[in-house]
Design a protein around this ligand. Structure first.
Ligand SMILES: C[S@@+](CC[C@H](N)C(=O)[O-])C[C@H]1O[C@@H](n2cnc3c(N)ncnc32)[C@H](O)[C@@H]1O
Length: 834
């Protein structure tokens, strides 16, 4: 082994000296252990010297270093998490290689191979990169493993000692800067955004524009970047783009005047184009032709986030575009494109219409002129649309007036929407913008709405009374205007399920009476920028059939587009009420409190905020109920019902309901729920008398006396005379029953008892290795005792005590089996609908 047992710092110095001596390895960026840069002052005319200084200081390698022999995948995973957490690539152009080394070997992987990992949806980049136990670490580890397995020839591994010569040759050949053409950085669909971020820092300030004013006028810097990117020798090669680079300046918004002359807005550089030239000297422009379409199409990704969110500009992933067109064919027949007209009135760059064949019948309109230009540009490169049928139209503000009468709608489309029979063959096919008034309010954190939010448009004003709270949402405004003003048409739209289910949409549902023909559901986080785990649906509505939505059987697809199952979606307006109303009926402020339950709102997405602890602050937004001897059973039912079925993206918006009476006579169900609750709560003896110990002292080998025997008494129906049993005595007649437990519940008690016993054995022998602990400990206290807390005060996931881990795992397994037993009853007693 070349480096033996030396400290990490020393190892880094040696690796630098032995292999990267020519380079600059002095800078440590954003927690990356080892970074190799092109030398700042390469020897004049020397081998590998950059030609113009443009590549000086460019990074060539970012690497993770470990003092001792370590798994390469683990080192790379840690590096990826470090980079992703700091989003280093947003500020600094990433190097061609990522790498890792320990005292025996070094490995390199091209950055381009792993960069997709940084752009994945719904990934928690906040985790500590060095914690190899997190779900995120394991996920990245597996992703890198897959990448390396798929392209093993792209990973280079060298033993410092045995492969010294090869390693030196590899570095010589690959860590070459400024070798003209070949070393220019290629732009592709993955790095065009990080290069844009760099462009914003370097080039944008040198363009003579007042960007704030420009933004107000709907002009964004991203279009200047696109003009730069898609150019040869500083001439933009895509003529239809909104902004064009004309060698030494930009041109935008070309308009033919009545005189026949063109009026053009010209924008110059403030610095004689110096920064621009230096910046673009590093990249190969234009990118390969195969990426042009994608980059123009994904203009949405370089629209500033606030503008994008305000306009709800999120792109429909290609697999859902294709699936939606398959569903359209299922409902309207194979020849649907010949028999129906299609209008996408929130078309963006026209992505939803890709794959449609009969352009005579397709119209596409959208809010931003720039997006219209992109669609026209795409037509030039083969998109299947007619230019006259692509137009700018603000669907929430503009009048339905034909061009021939001074309006914006192509006359033929106007004719269709004005003709009762043609309207019945018009499909408004859209993925409408998602934005909600409340969103921006919360985002600014000021409590005030940002200007330009969803409520500043004519459609909102026109329908807010009729559709109530739903009017805060852009997609509801689209659906309402379509429904009311293009009556009897067909609608095929993507959206959340709120219009079917949310209580805020009750008025909307009473207005929007249409037959829902077919629906599929897909995970929301497959869409850009959606992080949450909830369903998004595609809906085909026939508005000429007046129907009040009650339920539909939807097809469900997983994130890869594979059919998963069927699921019934309900409108809950007609049910007896939600589960919260049922729980509220058991509020008890008279009897002694055993603890409190926080109810969370009524759906699965709030599962995590259903909990039991000694006290809950009055600031909780959800209903909280005092737990007492009187309501212990219904509260336990509430708790178990809310927790027994795992929350998933698919059930996320399912509502728990006011149940039927079946549960009242089902003692086994009641006791199953009680058991589930006893071994799942956050009661702690640190915050008051612990009434929740389900065992006696002798059962668990306690050396001290418990303060309360309430729970053991409640379970056995026998009063244990001491401590707080009086809590029980007062109600002796009513509650003095011996509870029978199912075999699943009994297994939970058995597993729990072993845990308590293990704890009491540990605290009884402080001199035999155990630490001191409370005799009255609850399950939560026992977990805290063994698992401990991290620096931030959060309880660790595991303990160092293997025996304890095993006992807890046994309890978890037993609880899972019990949960399965409870599950069918949740449906039988109407807590959930199936
Ligand atoms: C969810 S995106 C869909 C884009 C594209 N059709 C797709 O499916 O990928 C919604 C689009 O509606 C546009 N939009 C927002 N408000 C609009 C309005 N009032 N009228 C027309 N289009 C609007 C946005 O700019 C955005 O491009």
């Amino acid at each position: 082994m070349k480096y033996g047992n030396i400290r990490e710092e020393e190892l880094k110095n040696k690796v630098e000296q032995d292999f990267f001596g020519k380079f600059d390895c002095t800078e440590i960026i954003k927690n990356i252990d080892f970074a190799v840069k092109a030398p700042l002052n390469p020897p004049e005319g020397g081998k590998n010297s950059p030609p113009s200084g443009e590549l000086e200081g460019a990074y060539l390698l970012w690497a993770e270093a470990k003092q001792k022999s370590t798994d390469i995948l683990a080192m790379l995973a840690q590096l990826v998490l470090t980079i992703g957490k700091a989003r280093t690539f947003d500020e600094i152009l990433p190097p061609p290689f990522l790498g890792c080394y320990d005292n025996e070997k070094i490995a390199f992987v091209p950055y381009s191979e792993v960069q997709d990992i940084f752009y994945q949806n719904d990934f928690n980049w906040k985790v500590a990169p060095s914690d190899h136990e997190t779900r995120e670490f394991k996920q990245v580890y597996a992703q890198i493993e897959n990448i390396i397995q798929a392209t093993p020839w792209q990973t280079y591994i060298f033993d410092f000692e045995k492969d010294e010569k090869e390693l030196k040759r590899f570095i010589r050949e690959n860590f070459v800067v400024g070798k003209t053409e070949t070393s220019l950085i290629q732009i592709d669909k993955n790095n065009f955004i990080s290069i844009y971020n760099r462009w914003v820092e370097v080039v944008k300030p040198t363009i003579a524009s007042d960007w704030d004013l420009a933004k107000k006028a709907g002009i964004i810097d991203g279009d200047f970047y696109l003009a730069d990117l898609l150019s040869i020798e500083n001439e933009t090669i895509r003529e239809k783009l909104h902004v064009l680079l004309k060698t030494k300046y930009y041109e935008l918004d070309k308009k033919r005047l009545e005189t026949g002359f063109f009026a053009i807005n010209r924008v110059d550089f403030k610095d004689n184009q110096k920064a621009h030239t230096q910046f673009w000297n590093r990249y190969k422009r234009p990118p390969k032709e195969e990426y042009w379409g994608y980059i123009v199409d994904r203009r949405d990704l370089i629209v500033p986030q606030d503008v994008r969110e305000r306009k709800g500009s999120f792109y429909t992933p290609r697999i859902w575009v294709e699936l939606s067109q398959k569903y359209l064919a299922d409902v309207f027949g194979e020849d649907w494109q010949d028999n129906y007209y299609v209008w996408d009135c929130a078309a963006g760059t026209g992505n939803l219409l890709v794959g449609l064949t009969n352009k005579n019948n397709i119209w596409a309109s959208t809010l931003d002129k720039q997006d219209v230009d992109v669609m026209k540009d795409r037509i030039e490169s083969g998109a299947n649309l007619w230019e006259q049928q692509v137009f700018q139209f603000d669907f929430l503000n503009d009048n339905f007036l034909p061009i021939s009468k001074g309006g914006k709608l192509p006359d033929e489309l106007f004719d269709i929407i004005s003709d009762e029979n043609k309207r019945k063959r018009l499909i408004i096919y859209i993925n409408p913008p998602y934005a909600e008034a409340g969103d921006s309010k919360q985002r600014t954190g000021t409590g005030k709405n940002k200007s330009g939010t969803t409520t500043e448009n004519i459609t909102y004003e026109r329908y807010k009374k009729s559709i109530g709270k739903a009017s805060n949402e852009l997609f509801a405004q689209f659906l309402t205007r379509i429904y009311c003003e293009i009556s009897n048409c067909l609608i095929a739209n993507f959206s959340k399920l709120k219009n079917l289910q949310s209580s805020n949409f009750q008025s909307f549902r009473r207005l929007f009476m249409a037959k829902l023909e077919k629906t599929f559901l897909i995970p929301a986080n497959t869409f850009d920028n959606v992080r949450g785990q909830f369903p998004i649906g595609f809906f085909i509505w026939n508005t000429s059939e007046k129907d009040f939505f009650e339920q539909i059987q939807a097809d469900v697809f997983d994130k890869h587009g594979h059919f998963e199952c069927k699921k019934r979606i309900f409108n809950y307006d007609t049910t007896k009420g939600l589960i919260g109303k049922w729980l509220a009926g058991f509020q008890d402020k008279k009897n002694i409190s055993l603890g409190m339950i926080n109810s969370g709102r009524n759906d699965f997405q709030n599962q995590n905020v259903v909990f039991i602890q000694n006290e809950i602050l009055a600031t909780s937004h959800a209903l909280t109920v005092n737990i007492t001897i009187e309501n212990l059973i219904p509260v336990s039912i509430y708790f178990a019902v809310r927790k027994a079925i795992p929350a998933t993206w698919l059930n996320d918006r399912d509502q728990f309901l006011y149940p039927n009476e079946g549960w009242e006579t089902d003692e086994e169900f009641q006791n199953n729920c009680l058991t589930y609750t006893l071994f799942n709560n956050n009661i702690s003896s640190k915050h008051g008398v612990n009434h929740w110990i389900p065992f006696t002292e002798s059962e668990v080998g306690s050396k001290g006396k418990f303060d309360s025997h309430f729970m053991a008494s409640f379970i056995s129906g026998k009063i244990i005379q001491n401590g707080y049993s009086n809590l029980f005595e007062q109600e002796e007649d009513k509650f003095c029953i011996k509870r029978e437990f199912s075999k699943e519940a009994t297994s939970v008690f058995d597993a729990g008892r072993e845990l308590w016993k293990y704890y009491h054995a540990a605290i009884s022998s402080p001199f035999g290795g155990g630490r001191e602990g409370a005799v009255n400990a609850s399950l939560y206290d026992i977990r805290e005792y063994f698992q401990g807390r991290n620096d931030k005060g959060t309880m660790n996931n595991k303990s160092d005590d293997e025996k304890y881990n095993e006992l807890v795992e046994n309890l978890r397994i037993a609880l899972k089996i019990l949960a399965k037993k409870i599950e069918p009853k949740v449906y039988e007693y109407g807590f959930l609908k199936k």
